[in-house]
Ligand binder design. Sequence first.
Ligand SMILES: [Zn+2]
Length: 198
Amino acid sequence: MSNGLAEILKMALMKHKGLFELLESHGKFLLDTNCQSCNGLLDHGCIALMTSRTAIETMLEELAPNLWEDDLDRLVDFGHLISPELELKVLPTLMHGEAVNIDMAYMTYVSNDRGFLTTAERNRIIQRMKNLELPVWHHDFSLNPVKISLNERLKHSEGLQRMPLPTGVGTAEIFNDIDDEVLERAFKKWCEDLCTEE
Ligand SMILES: [Zn+2]
């Protein structure tokens, strides 16, 4: 369940503060009930249904107009820039959503380092990940795979980073100018804060 909720959290972070708040207030309930219970009704419906419906809608908003990926600036790529390299390295010990979450946790630090996210927002996001029982750090996610992945990305995205980063809780933008200094500083801080969380 946590693995699946990671992709829902991705859409919440990129596009939908309300969805993030839903995960904040009811994430534990969704986990405990495997998203199968309509107990804990909100005024306007079932939490599990609302969560999955909102996640699907936000995903469709992004995917439907760009079916052939003519536009390579894709918010849905959040969490999927470095995670493929990590997945290759550590499969089958890590599930897809878990690898995605580790990528998102690091990128949250990148965003904070650049000043797009406040430290309070960064901590709020990391706390939400932990409460959804998702890993926020992995010892095989070193700076080397980060740089390899981002160099690969340049090759496949017409020479631009096209890095989706949160610019608040539920808002995001695509950036092309995240330099090595930022990546390294964010990596150091991320390790300092979270390496004991594995
Ligand atoms: Zn994915």
